[in-house]
Design a protein around this ligand. Structure first.
Ligand code: PMP
Length: 424
């Protein structure tokens, strides 16, 4: 497959942009080779700068549940754009989108819009600290919540759960306020709660993990998370990826969660930058201008982003079969992958919930981040490139979720399985 235009662009990009990219995973470091410069999307397909077409399983990392360039979403963005791009004043579409969020999440009274998932989680944590008057935050290994300082933290050594920075530039003093535990380890969490429950402001978690590859929570782990609430700990379900994806009401609806705060992004903005944190009135009332927790944004609630998000949510609401369709399509992809991999005798675990899926190249089950890390990343590299050369754009790291959209068809999935069969 000819990719000389992408190669030329990538060489040029590196003269001007660190690593040639605006976000690291796009640089293909985990799989090697040259990233493709994508210039057009249509439904489930993308086109690169050389004119090659790919069936897309990245879908901009989650926002595009309706597929690329959905005509109604684009039309509604255009209509709003013609009247002005931003005002820095309240806009009617913010009210409408907040109402749509509340239809999806009946436990939510108030919604504050921001522009990125990073801002949403950072602000939700500030709010949790402001509300509880406590300092410590718990997160789980392999869960990603954006790049705020206190969240770029990994587990320290030994039995201690004190976090250490996972990025240069994050002072240890910040990292120490984040306690890091193993995901899907209910006993580890209970032990920490018994010892220090009263010092913890919040637990932030991916209800279904996408950022370690897909990890599905166990019943017992979800139970332990909710037990934290009896210690006065706020539960922050980071639904940036899962919100409006696993169900209209996200993982909260699908798994019957009772979080105190949720964070949303990706689908919420329908492909434009919108994110939010939301929850009960008594908590959200602590946010400025009502309360003492400060948070603001020049482009927060941007009308174009609100229009794209609202159009996306309304289309989802108007399509009662949407999530059953995504479930069936996901199930077919999962079953097909397992069949091909078993026939080839390749050790594997396919983790999936709804339209999020990861193939780990290791003996299953893959339940924790430790398990996920056993995947054969060399085999994944070859899997990735063979698919790319066959016109299938799979996420360029094994520790990511592949996404299906309503634009993907059964025929697309069958084509993918044929490509996988040949690739392996
Ligand atoms: N939380 C989760 C669960 C995410 O998946 C991401 C992004 N992948 C973020 C937060 C951060 O969102 P953003 O990239 O918009 O800052």
């Amino acid at each position: 497959m000819e990719r000389s235009v992408s190669q030329r662009l990538f060489a040029e990009a590196q003269n001007h942009i660190p690593g040639g990219v605006s976000s690291p995973v796009r640089a293909f470091r985990a799989v090697g080779g040259t990233p493709v410069f994508l210039v057009k999307g249509e439904g489930a397909y993308v086109f690169d700068a050389d004119g090659n077409r790919y069936l897309d399983y990245v879908m901009s990392w989650g926002p595009l549940i309706l597929g690329h360039a959905h005509p109604e979403v684009v039309a509604r963005v255009k209509e709003v754009a013609e009247k002005g791009l931003t005002f820095g004043a309240p806009h009617p579409l913010e009210v409408a989108l907040a109402q749509a969020v509340k239809r999806a999440y009946p436990g939510v009274d108030l919604v504050r819009f921001v522009s990125t998932g990073t801002e949403a989680t950072m602000s939700a944590i500030r709010l949790a600290r402001g509300y509880t008057g406590r300092k410590y935050v718990v997160k789980f290994r392999g869960n990603y919540h954006g790049h705020a300082d206190g969240l770029l933290v990994e587990a320290g050594s030994g039995a201690l759960t004190f976090g250490v920075p996972s990025s240069a530039g994050v002072p240890e003093e910040y990292a120490r306020l984040t306690l890091v535990l193993e995901y899907n380890d209910p006993e580890g969490l209970r032990e920490l709660l018994r010892a220090r429950g009263e010092e913890i402001a919040a637990i932030i978690f991916e209800p279904v993990v996408g950022n370690a590859g897909v990890l599905v929570p166990t019943e017992e782990f979800l139970k332990a998370l909710h037990e934290a609430q009896s210690h006065g700990v706020l539960l922050i379900a980071d639904e940036v990826m899962t919100g409006f994806r696993l169900a209209f009401g996200g993982a909260t609806e699908r798994l019957g969660l009772k979080p105190d705060l949720i964070t949303l992004g990706k689908i919420l903005g329908g492909g434009l930058p919108a994110a939010a944190y939301a929850g009960r009135r008594e908590i959200l009332e602590k946010v400025a201008p009502l309360g003492p927790v400060y948070q603001a944004g020049t482009l927060s609630g941007n009308p174009l982003a609100m229009a794209a998000g609202l159009a996306t949510l309304e289309i989802l609401e108007g399509n009662p079969g949407a999530y059953a369709y995504l479930e069936a399509l996901g199930a077919r992809l999962e079953a097909g992958l397992k069949q091909v991999l078993s026939a080839k005798g390749i050790p594997h675990a396919v983790n999936r919930m709804g339209s999020m899926l990861t193939v780990f190249f290791t003996e299953g089950p893959v339940v924790t981040f430790q398990d996920a890390k056993r995947t054969d990343t060399e085999l994944f590299k070859r899997f990735f490139h063979s698919l790319l050369d066959r016109g299938v754009y799979w996420p360029p790291s094994n520790f990511e979720a592949a996404f299906l959209s309503l634009a993907h068809t059964e025929e697309d999935v069958e084509k993918t399985l044929e490509a996988v069969e040949k690739a392996l």
